[in-house]
Design a protein around this ligand. Structure first.
Ligand code: BYC
Length: 470
């Protein structure tokens, strides 16, 4: 197991010191990153001491290090999972051949594009969340937000390392561009739509970490299968960090549900207006937020029928998550039935892989829903939260722009437009959720619309002062 060298300017476990040119290039990028962090990262709080975890090695126990850190001093660096000796390509037409330690010329631009797209999402999410600290529901949540933010910053480092180390001058230019595009910027937006949506309240933050970070899990898992071994190794390590982000989402929504149920029981009613008047998020509003972020994240898998996905798989660039669970790793003979607005089509399996991923993603999304619905059922209320159909409110693929309701039923355009505010947050819903957002920073105290977590971080009590504000 390789340990991480923190003595160097850029912490790393890739023996950066042995490649002076690369080291210098990355040291040149480092101040640009820090400048970006200061201007586009969390607004204020840069002088606060935050109880953060920092990786000290890349194995499962590597998270041992927790301590108070000022965010700009966080040791962002380059950590790759250890190489698997003799690793071979696990899928596609070159299956069984040795994995690549360098980028084959013919796949250079496609791989660069995949890495840039992945890399672009990481700083984008930090930008989307930059104002949330001002309305944190507790110090515990504030700390979790910042943990997520610094790790997204590190994920950017992971992709920038690959660009610098393997893509020469083009890669260095792309690394600069990753800091030049900004979430929601009219002239230079982030690449994928979801990462241009504002996250201006904590309910959106929990939904984003639940749904969008889970897309991250699926995309990283599929890139972890890549024949390009450095990409595979860096994604494998990123996945260990991703798990905490989804935890923040799942427990965040669970705590909102818990508080809402307490209020509903106290009042003895399900009436959304009365729940709102008592300062909690009514369940129909929560459902709208789930519909919004789930449907937005479903677009991140790309089109149902995609020649890009076919080529990426056949060439060994991007596999399916947990590729080894499947029997057929070449997929030249298989087809899949896909429902499009024109009816059912038999599509070569290679071209349907985005949909295969989207389906397994949706199954994974059900886990939280089951848990939250169990809470509601136990409290004795008939309401059930659901996931929208993967045909609802799509902007990419066969269902893009189709007037489909959250159950997946096709409507007339007029009917759809009329009913859309019943399915996703309206201006009034957003204004209501915003009105609940108030900064609570007394240790152990929570905003009134959310229940406390069941336990604190790293066995510390919930009352611990996770962020020292000075
Ligand atoms: N928005 O064949 P198609 C994360 C473009 S999240 C805008 O349908 P393909 C994170 C596409 O680029 C994970 N454009 O799809 C989470 C293509 O353009 P060109 C991020 C889109 O190529 C939380 C055209 O449409 N990781 O890590 O099979 C916090 C046709 O493409 C969109 C990755 O994205 C869209 N939603 O797949 C922090 C992995 N969808 O080529 C972080 C890397 C498609 O015609 N990227 N387009 O100009 C990929 O694997 C693929 O690029 C995609 C698209 C899955 C995104």
């Amino acid at each position: 197991m390789s340990s991480i060298n923190y003595a160097e300017k850029i912490p790393n476990n890739v023996n950066l010191v042995s490649d002076r040119t690369l080291q210098r290039a990355l040291e040149h990028w480092q101040p640009h990153f820090l400048e970006w962090w200061k201007t586009m990262g969390p607004s204020d709080f840069q002088a606060a001491d935050v109880y953060l975890r920092t990786a000290i090695s890349v194995d499962a126990q590597g998270w041992a290090h927790y301590g108070a850190v000022k965010m700009p001093d966080y040791r962002w660096g380059i950590f790759l999972a250890d190489p698997l000796p003799g690793r071979t390509i696990g899928f596609g037409d070159q299956m069984g051949e040795p994995a690549w330690q360098q980028v084959p010329g013919e796949y250079r631009s496609t791989l660069r594009r995949l890495i840039v797209t992945q890399g672009d999402t990481e700083p984008a999410s930090v930008e989307q969340q930059r104002l949330l600290g001002h309305t944190c529901p507790s110090l515990y949540d504030l700390r979790n937000l910042f943990q997520v933010n610094v790790e997204e910053g590190r994920h950017l480092w992971a992709m920038v390392y690959l660009l610098h180390a393997y893509f020469g001058r083009d890669g260095r230019e792309e690394a600069e561009e990753l800091l030049a595009r900004h979430s929601g910027d009219a002239d230079k937006p982030r690449i994928l739509t979801t990462f241009n949506e504002p996250i201006s309240d904590w309910l959106s933050f929990y939904c984003f970490t639940y749904f969008t970070d889970r897309d991250g899990k699926y995309q990283l898992k599929s890139l972890a299968e890549s024949a390009f071994d450095p990409l595979s190794r860096t994604c494998r390590f990123m996945l260990t960090e991703e798990a905490h982000h989804m935890f923040v989402g799942e427990t965040g929504i669970g705590r909102v549900v818990k508080r809402t149920l307490e209020v509903m029981k106290e009042l003895g009613t399900e009436d959304p207006a009365r729940v709102r008047a008592a300062g909690a998020v009514d369940l129909p509003t929560l459902q709208k937020y789930l519909n919004f972020w789930c449907s937005s994240s479903l677009d991140l898998f790309g089109s149902e029928i995609s020649s890009n996905s076919a080529a990426n798989f056949a060439h060994g660039l991007k596999g399916r998550p947990d590729e080894s669970q499947y029997e057929d790793h070449v997929l030249r003979e298989k087809t899949m039935a896909l429902l499009t607005p024109e009816g059912e089509q038999q599509v070569p399996m290679l071209n349907a892989l985005n949909e295969v991923m989207r389906e397994s993603y949706l199954k994974d999304c059900e886990i939280g829903l089951k848990r939250w619905n169990r809470q509601i059922e136990r409290a004795g209320f008939p309401f059930r939260l659901t996931l929208p159909s993967s045909r609802f409110r799509r902007s990419i693929g066969a269902w893009a722009g189709q007037p489909v309701d959250p159950q997946g039923t096709m409507l007339s355009k007029k009917e759809y437009e009329k009913r859309l505010p019943d399915w996703i947050p309206s201006e009034a819903d957003r204004a209501f959720v915003h009105s609940l957002q108030q900064k609570v920073v007394a240790p152990g105290k929570m905003a009134a619309w959310i229940a406390p977590p069941e336990r604190g971080i790293n066995n510390l009590p919930v009352e611990y002062e996770y962020v020292k504000l000075h």
